[in-house]
Design a protein around this ligand. Structure first.
Ligand code: NAD
Length: 458
């Protein structure tokens, strides 16, 4: 049995039956057998199922938010925000799938017609992370199901109840259990799922697991997408409204207790405004309420995975040893009557790229802020990373922003905003942040293979 622990209380709140190699094999076989019928079902019917799924999420939002908070420790309002964001993503897929998957005539002359069709991949595996389980799951399974695929969905072992709720709501909405099957368990369940001859593997999670999966699939010709971690930088230019930029970036660094793939993880500030920016940033961070994630107004919840505290402590110790200074935070915090592990939102200055805190993903509420002399130095430091998920620039000057953002290596770039995902834009990474993409119309097409039709009428 898989034990589900509430990260705030430290108590086991549920025990769930885990899948094993045999049950995963069986689910794969059922999915394989059922998928052609699902692909042959009219798209309007598949859309109707997802529309019903959306209605269920909307009507059960409070209950679903409470479940999410109980297993990942996300502050309740942030759980609600995730569900609201999910509705927007589903709306995008509902609006765009028909147009995107329509067969496109690209040539028609002298009795010769050429057209591009879209066929589902077949049976796809969706291995998911815990930090935004609704977002990262739905980015895959909603368009994959709409495109006619069967999905073997493995929620993170730290977001299992949410995964099971998703499955129940999909079944209630008319999706057959063989077409959307859950694979419950931790890493070994994921590894067993990889052994099935699936037609696509869509993974969201850490770089280490992503690379292990790529190695496991290396000998097979399977479509593979990996959405991995980041060390996302932002450059604050000398012409900004310092207080507004500090407020936006403090939220970008600490929201979801810093456990977002696109959290702001490094900030470079023009030396001429460095001190005033840092003052405003620290003031903002000190205002964040730490505590029980079920209490309204809590902004910083417990770490979802307690061992991550050791990673944060090691990064802080390494930085301090090399000369950095902690301006606020820097340690664990006890919350009365709760046994979880909280980490104080932490701001470090005196940092440089010899320190792990400026190079390795922190995935927690800590941030290093470093001064730069000019735009060229900022670009060089932003690009001095193995990752490339997002990067941002804060400035009043649109031209300067465009010039800077054109030079940074990242899948998404932001001007005067951060920690933002849009269903209308592709979500992808450079380097260790991954391969492939979700969202946008490309993120619908990606669950299909294009078929080239050469049609001569005589
Ligand atoms: P993780 O790599 O520990 O786990 C992800 C999933 O992989 C889980 O379901 C886990 O059970 C499974 N898994 C573990 N070992 C496996 C194996 N050997 N074979 C198959 N499956 C296996 O990651 P996590 O802690 O759940 O997520 C946090 C990471 O995800 C962070 O690095 C974060 O940046 C990243 N992330 C990226 C995005 C993005 O869009 N780029 C979004 C969310 C999270």
């Amino acid at each position: 049995m898989l034990k589900i622990t509430n990260p705030a209380t430290g108590k086991v709140i549920a025990e769930v039956l885990e899948d094993n190699a045999a049950s995963i094999r069986r689910k794969y076989q059922l999915a394989r057998a059922a998928q052609p019928l699902w692909a042959a079902t009219a798209l309007s019917k598949r859309l109707a199922c997802i529309r019903k799924f959306r209605e269920q999420i909307e009507s059960r939002k409070e209950e679903l938010a409470a479940i999410l908070t109980s297993e990942v420790g996300k502050p309740l309002q942030q759980s609600r925000n995730e569900l609201n964001g999910l509705l927007g993503r589903i709306d995008f897929f509902l609006a765009e799938t028909k147009k995107t998957l329509k067969t496109r005539k690209v040539f028609d002359q002298d009795g010769m017609r050429e057209q591009i069709g879209h066929e589902p991949l077949g049976v796809v595996a969706n291995i998911s992370a815990w930090n935004y389980p609704y977002f990262v799951g739905a980015n895959v399974f909603v368009p994959a199901l709409l495109a006619g695929n069967a999905v073997l969905y493995k929620p993170s072992e730290f977001a299992t109840r949410t995964g099971l709720e998703i499955a129940e709501m999909l079944y209630e909405s008319g999706i057959p259990p063989a077409i959307f099957a859950t694979v419950i368990g931790a890493g070994p369940a994921g590894a067993a799922l990889l052994k099935q001859p699936v037609d696509g593997l869509f993974f969201t999670g850490s770089v280490a697991t992503g690379k292990a999966i790529a190695r496991a699939l290396a000998g097979r010709l399977v479509k593979l997408q990996l959405e991995l971690g980041g060390k996302d930088p932002v450059y604050v230019c000398n012409d900004v409204d310092v207080v507004a930029a500090a407020a936006g970036l403090a939220d970008g660094a600490m929201y979801n207790t810093g456990q977002s793939c696109c959290s702001v993880e490094r900030i470079y500030v023009h030396a001429s405004i460095f001190d005033s920016f840092v003052d405003a940033f620290v003031r903002e961070v000190k205002g964040f309420r730490i505590g029980d994630p079920t209490a309204e107004g809590t902004y910083i919840g417990p770490l979802t995975r307690a061992p991550q505290a050791r990673v944060l402590e090691a990064q802080i110790a390494d930085a301090k040893k090399k000369g950095a200074k902690v301006l606020t935070g820097g340690k664990r915090r006890k919350v009365p009557k709760l046994n979880g592990v909280w980490f104080e939102p932490t701001v470090l200055v005196g940092v440089n790229h010899s320190m792990a805190v400026m190079r390795d993903e922190s995935f927690g509420p800590i941030i290093g802020i470093q001064p730069v002399q000019d735009d060229a130095e900022a670009v060089a430091l932003m690009n001095d990373t193995a990752y490339g998920l997002t990067a941002g620039v804060y400035t009043k000057d649109a031209e300067r922003a465009e010039k800077l953002l054109a030079q940074v290596h990242a899948g998404s770039v932001y001007w005067n905003c951060c920690d933002r995902v849009s269903p209308r834009l592709p979500w992808s990474g450079v380097g260790d942040s991954g391969i492939g993409l979700t969202l946008s119309t490309y993120g619908i097409e990606t669950f299909t293979r294009p078929k080239a039709w050469h049609l001569r009428s005589a």
